[in-house]
Ligand binder design. Sequence first.
Ligand code: UDP
Length: 464
Amino acid sequence: MEKVQIAVVPSPGFTHLVPILEFSKRLLHLYPEFHVTCIIPSVGSFPTSSKAYLQSLPPTISSIFVPPITLENVPDVTVLAVQIELSVNLSLPYIKEELKSLCSRAKVVALVVDIFAHGALDFARELNLLSFIYLPQSAMLLSTYFYSSKLDEVLSSESRDPKEPIQIPGCVPVLSGDLPPPFQYLSSIGYKKFLERAKRLRVADGIFTNSFLELESGAIRALQEQVKGKPTVYPVGPIIQGGLIGHENGLECLTWLDKQEPKSVLYVSFGSGGTLSQEQFTELAYGLELSGQKFLWVVRAPNSVTSSAYLGAAIKDPIQFLPNGFLERTRKQGLVVPSWAPQIQVLGHASTGGFLSHCGWNSVLESVVEGVPVIPWPLFAEQGLNAAMLTDGLKVALRPKVIHSGLAEREEIAKVVRELMEGKEGMEIRRRMEHLKNAAANAIKEDGSSTKTLSEVAAKLRGF
Ligand code: UDP
């Protein structure tokens, strides 16, 4: 019998490709009668990590590449989200062509697009397909999108006290500094595009969020209220990438962790492309050293733009930017690896006891799934919201204080690291994270909340 097809469109960047395909894998695992065809736009040369990932996919997922956009053609805007979105827009004619061709040779029922590929949603209407957005992020971010026009009024009000926390429906109150970067510059292109994107969400029949009821019950319930009718919001997480992605540093990290005491190591990483300024990089190095705690640090060459390595690999050797003598002094205390570590395996290792993280949503979920408490260090995108959720909402994180310039100083870093790894508050945080870990495991069991949600969607797809 001919399989029912679902077309999927990610957007460029490792962390906008993997989540939507992990979602596809989960759907196919539960419902093997479907087949997924992924139409892939990219910018510049396709990252090695993404190539390795595609090679690991099951035969029920096929990939089609559309011609890559060259970096020079992507408008030079500093906001990463807008860059990604505009680069997908340049690929839309090719995506449409591939989608039409797929529909002419197979029974396609639905189109699922990454949030930044929302431009492709119009093709679903033209081709009479069900349309979904896959948001590889939190319900809190989704709530921020749906609340953004009201938030715009709040933020533009001249009588507003900037220190007054902001109440996004169903979420923990946040300071305006923790809102996504576009909200820091209300006249910026990033802000304009955020508001436009928020309106586009309503074009879809449904929106998947990689979250689960027990993690974000307030936000999810508020969304179901806010978004009466269309689109339906489906929490389907936690969906995290499985299996070891081959990389030269992998074995070294895991062998080193094997030699450490249980829960004694702080893992330090800023996602697939986060970078620190030289000043902050130096403070972090001294802070880790001063803490006296074991650490595994994934280093990247410093840069004043925090997302500098996201769309292209950092080419400079990061080791040369460490303080003089740092590696020799910390030889017995820590392991420093350039650019990449097998994060999921590191977080799942018995020796790992904490995660200093930029709080990209995948990192947050991976930490929750493995029950590892967090030191949040938000850099860009919606990471400030995630940090606030973990620290003030769920209370599973300890956040370092920053001075006026935004810098976290070495003494503060050392203090927070020690407290998380061996302090009383750290123990409480660890206990709460264990609860969340259990809730995450339950959500994806056969009768779990997220599995039930997916079965609702599968029934819709079958009946279309
Ligand atoms: N990752 C990894 N090794 C690294 C850095 C990142 O395996 O050294 C993976 C990590 O497990 C996660 C993803 O890359 O799945 C990062 O996603 P996240 O949403 O946390 O951050 P982003 O890269 O989008 O800023």
